[in-house]
Design a protein around this ligand. Structure first.
Ligand SMILES: Nc1ncnc2c1ncn2[C@@H]1O[C@H](COP(=O)(O)OP(=O)(O)OP(=O)(O)O)[C@@H](O)[C@H]1O
Ligand SMILES: [Zn+2]
Length: 452
């Protein structure tokens, strides 16, 4: 008895030692990456290819300007001097998606002289419902280029500089330095911290917007001496599992349009210098009840690691590592299950063709299940599968049933979570998920199956 216990202790100890060694190796690799990153960041200016032509300095408005901007020129707070400031300004918009498109549209048409557009991505059909500068014929084109075409149609006097690549720790300082104000229209936490840190170090106001489902938020960070930075409010990133993106949560174009237009308004106020800039306050928009609320957010944190008098962060870091998330909102493919717990979509298709009895659970939300579903699939949302009371009822149904269970979702991530959970409860039952989910089905089995 004692010998058996000692054996199992040794096994457990060996497992732990192996785990520690693996973690140590992973840590070393990340450490190495961080050092490389810092070296490249330090040397970035030297290897940079991005060239900015010097900005023209305009002393007066042209007749065309006067005719074009007449309706805003007559605003008391704005006037000729405001228009000139705008004409001489340079604004960087990071992300030409749901927020960036309306923001760029209002800034270009209002007469912002120099607009920088950053986006590494290309236009897709699923962008068009809210990313209003892009068109059907420009699907596949770089988003920055597509937006540039639309903006020049609106206002050919606006100088547009496209940065059709990822903004990252290597290039952010160099690019941002060339602009007066930055708009965060991105969709991921890593980019938010990157922009915040770079803007704080370079003392550039950062107009930050976000929108998801029917809700939106807006505030201005790094504004003036007392304006807090993003880290003052959120010193540590949220856990990755707490972050939802538009691809998963959904969003209405009119909501991103509302917030994006207001980002343009705050940028104009910052440049021209009128009104109460939304710093130290956050605007919360609830599209469902159509209510705007302003909440006071804390001021500069005296011990902020970034913007306090004695900062601990003095250079850009690896933000993906810091946040534990990629600098995009594309889903990472989860690898929770071994190959024996997964089935390829083609194999599942053959099994259906041979009418092998089985149960197919689709673990997407009901609204997604309504869009499209495989024949004979039963919709049991993941949240329900993770609920113990459901699993108990399911156990009753499963009694004496031998047929295999397959689980499917949109991309093959949630289905793995579901299988893992169910396997813990029913270890002897054959439960597998469909690799790559419905996206895989469209790709490999039925090209006519809708993709979203
Ligand atoms: N670090 C970054 N550098 C350059 N572009 C970025 C960066 N982070 C995010 N973006 C861009 O910001 C935009 C955010 O907009 P939005 O979320 O509306 O678009 P999307 O990612 O195309 O949406 P969907 O989730 O529906 O595919 C995207 O076009 C994305 O490519
Ligand atoms: Zn701060």
């Amino acid at each position: 008895m004692i010998a058996a216990a000692a054996d199992s202790f040794e096994v457990e100890k060996a497992k732990l030692c192996r785990k520690i060694a693996e973690l140590q190796a992973a840590l070393n690799a990340k450490d190495q990456k961080l050092r490389e990153l810092q070296t490249r960041a330090d040397n970035y200016g030297a290897e940079d290819e991005v060239q900015f032509a010097p900005r023209d300095k305009h002393e007066a408005l042209s007749n065309d300007d006067i005719a074009r901007y007449s309706r805003q020129l007559i605003l008391t707070d704005f006037g000729v001097s405001g228009q000139l400031k705008l004409k001489n300004s340079a604004v960087l918009i990071v992300g030409m998606g749901g927020l960036g498109c309306p923001a760029a549209q209002y800034l270009a048409s209002a007469g912002c002289g120099n607009l920088g557009l950053v986006d590494y991505d290309q236009v897709e059909r699923s962008n068009l419902h809210r990313q209003t500068l892009h068109t059907v014929s420009r699907c596949g084109m770089s988003k920055a280029e597509s937006a540039r075409i639309a903006l020049l149609e609106l206002n050919p006097h606006c100088r547009i500089i496209c940065h059709s690549h990822l903004l990252n720790s290597f290039n952010a300082m160099h690019i941002i330095r060339a602009y007066d104000v930055v708009l965060d229209c991105s969709d991921n936490v890593a980019t938010r911290y990157l922009l915040n840190d770079a803007c704080s170090m370079l003392q550039r106001p950062l107009v930050s917007g976000s929108a998801l489902k029917l809700d939106g938020q807006l505030t201005v960070y790094c504004y003036g001496e007392h304006g807090p930075c993003y880290r003052c409010i959120y010193p540590v990133p949220p856990p990755p599992e707490a972050v939802t993106n538009c691809g998963d949560g959904g969003v209405l174009g009119a909501v991103t349009g509302t917030i994006g237009a207001m980002q343009a308004l705050e940028a104009i106020k910052v440049i021209v210098g009128f009104g109460d800039v939304l710093a130290g306050r956050m605007l919360i928009f609830d599209g469902n009840s159509c209510q705007f609320r302003n909440i006071k957010i804390r001021g500069k944190r005296p011990n902020c690691h970034l913007c306090s008098a004695q900062p601990l962060i003095t250079g850009l870091i690896d933000y993906e590592l810091f946040c534990g998330m990629n600098a995009n909102d594309k889903d990472n493919a989860l690898q929770l299950l071994g190959p024996e717990q997964r089935i390829k979509v083609l194999d599942y298709h053959n099994l259906v063709a041979q009418t092998v009895p089985h149960l197919l659970l689709d673990v997407r939300a009901p609204a997604e299940f309504e869009i499209c579903q495989l024949p004979d699939a039963t919709n049991v949302p993941l949240a329900q599968i993770l609920d113990d009371s459901y699993i108990q009822r399911f156990a009753e149904q499963l009694k004496n049933k031998q047929y295999p269970i397959f689980v499917v979702c949109r991309r093959g991530n949630d289905s793995q979570i579901a299988v893992q959970h169910m396997k813990a409860r029913f270890p002897d039952h054959s439960i597998r998920d469909l690799e790559d989910g419905l996206h895989g089905w469209t790709k490999l089995v039925d090209q006519n199956f809708p993709i979203y």
